[in-house]
Design a binder for this molecule. Sequence first.
Ligand SMILES: Nc1ncnc2c1ncn2[C@@H]1O[C@H](COP(=O)(O)OP(=O)(O)OP(=O)(O)O)[C@@H](O)[C@H]1O
Ligand SMILES: [Mg+2]
Length: 234
Amino acid sequence: MLEAGPLDMFYGDSHIIQGVSIAVREGEGIAILGRNGVGKSTLLKGLMAGGPLVRGPIRHEGAEIGRLSNFERARRGFGFVPEDRRIYPHLTVAENIAMSGHAVRAGAAPHTLDEIYGFFPMLRGLSNRLGFELSGGQQQVLAIARAVYARPGCLLLDEPTEGIAPVIVEEIAERLIEMRRASGLTLILAEQNVWFARACTTRLYLLDSGRVVFAGSWPEFDAQPELSARYLAV
Ligand SMILES: Nc1ncnc2c1ncn2[C@@H]1O[C@H](COP(=O)(O)OP(=O)(O)OP(=O)(O)O)[C@@H](O)[C@H]1O
Ligand SMILES: [Mg+2]
């Protein structure tokens, strides 16, 4: 459904992403792994027209989308949860969710709030709570719920587990696995948490200094334990 690259991405004179190609099939989940600063967020933002200057082809369902705006990509069915979550602090949980109503996939209706609370039960009791009153984990779940509300066909998640309590990390993994099973959601996940990435995806791309140093399935990754020692271990 998405075929991109080779891509180069820049912030000013800094050449951050260097010749990266990724592809994801409809309903597939892929992980982008790598240490701090290797370019995971830059890659996701570039795919969403959300920051860096991007050079190279990005094809979605046969169409070149590299010149489309962020909003037009959302209308094509891309949902993005940035690493800083961008919860509106002075809006309620319900209002935060409804904010993505303007970015619904073309031809689709947004979910109802009740459906969203069905997917993410922990948010139901928090519906009238303000954004700034939520814990980090609750904010992360809200950010994902808000993206899901717009019925994306492909969800891009940037390190949803960073700084989140393990019990909520497990909860988020369960929700994502269930949504992939039930609705065929395509997932592009930037992560450093290998357990979580493995639970939610079938393949991974390992980045180092803006380049892909490994691409393959989880069993292929496991067969080369030096990869995680070299490119992931602290
Ligand atoms: N807005 C920006 N302007 C200039 N340089 C940037 C900008 N955002 C990121 N960078 C630089 O790009 C490089 C890659 O950063 P990026 O945020 O993509 O890494 P990351 O893999 O997401 O790291 P982390 O795991 O810490 O989130 C870093 O050297 C960073 O300093
Ligand atoms: Mg990042």
